[in-house]
Design a protein around this ligand. Structure first.
Ligand code: MN
Ligand code: MN
Length: 306
């Protein structure tokens, strides 16, 4: 089962400007081959299909716990995409539908993923940076624990490659923060899968890290997460279950180049941060052309529920 919490894993800084092409680049981290939809769905179905769950518990728990974190990453990237598509929140946008006959969105015909505006109202969907749909062919679930873990290690290294490349295309704070946070968390996941493979086979796969060989302290947006020790923390994302991942995520070995310290399992989830409002754009009919009555109905219902 899953529990939903109305927060993002980290708070994202507001965009400084509307930048739909930056949002399109960020889409690669959502619906690309190594994007969050891929990590989520690989671990999700591997955890469903996992055999001998009790006998192989720490390995099952590792895949299951990281699944929940990946769902939150899908949420984080999706929020980042929508924020960049929309620009800074502005309540005054919600007051008037404006003049449609004056081509208010003429610029939108020139953006790379026009569908994001034309069909999705400036939101995100599981497509890559060129609008190609994410699909099930990106999911590997073999039933063989070593092959699945090795696939997951490859997936996390591929995701790091994606994130470094997308990061190097972005100048706005929102997209860079998404990349910075996910680079640190992806590094934890690659490290965790490497340690799991080491426990099972004796092979020092962790010595291949980081791949690509860029230390995170070279990325300013990673610095605060490294300073607070996020690179040493693995979450269970559950109130009672999966704490046996301590059998895998243990020892005193942060990756070379990262601040040193013990690896820690945290029971539960990160504190998290606020979700961006995404104010309406009545002239694009979101939530609708004249939203006042809808806001009034919603306010009445909310008050009644308290
Ligand atoms: Mn992820
Ligand atoms: Mn990951």
């Amino acid at each position: 089962m899953f529990l939903r919490v109305d927060k993002l894993q980290v708070e994202l800084p507001a965009p400084t400007a509307q930048d739909p092409n930056a949002a399109a680049a960020l889409q690669e981290l959502l619906g690309g081959k190594y994007g969050e939809m891929s990590t989520l769905n690989n671990y999700l179905f591997q955890s469903f299909n996992f055999r001998s769950k009790d006998k192989l518990k720490p390995f099952y728990s590792l895949v299951a716990a990281i699944t929940a974190e990946e769902l939150g990453h899908v949420e984080l990237v999706s929020n980042g995409v929508a924020m960049l598509n929309n620009g800074p929140d502005d309540d005054s946008d919600e007051e008037d539908g404006g003049d449609l006959s004056d081509a208010p969105y003429e610029d939108m015909k020139d953006i790379r993923l026009a569908q994001a505006f034309l069909s999705n109202g400036g939101g995100s969907t599981p497509v890559n940076s060129n609008g190609v749909s994410w699909n099930n062919d990106f999911v590997t679930t073999t039933g063989n624990v070593i092959v699945d873990l090795l696939h997951n290690f490859h997936l996390e290294c591929g995701a790091r490659l994606h994130k470094l490349r997308v990061y190097s295309t972005l100048s706005d704070p929102t997209g860079r923060e998404v990349c910075g946070y996910l680079l640190v968390r992806g590094s934890v996941h690659a490290h965790a899968y490497a340690l799991a493979l080491k426990k099972l086979t004796g092979v020092d796969i962790d010595k291949m890290l980081p791949t690509p060989n860029i230390n995170l302290d070279q990325i300013p947006e990673c610095a605060k997460y490294l300073a607070e020790g996020s690179h040493r923390r693995l979450y269970t994302f559950s109130p009672d279950d999966f704490s046996d991942i301590k059998g895998i995520w243990e020892g005193d070995k942060a990756l070379p180049g990262d601040p040193k310290g013990p690896l820690e399992v945290v029971e539960g989830m990160p504190e998290g941060g606020k979700i961006h409002q995404l104010t309406g754009i009545p002239s694009a009919f979101t939530p609708d052309y004249a939203p006042e009555e809808m806001f009034e109905i919603a306010t009445k219902l909310y008050k009644k529920s308290r």
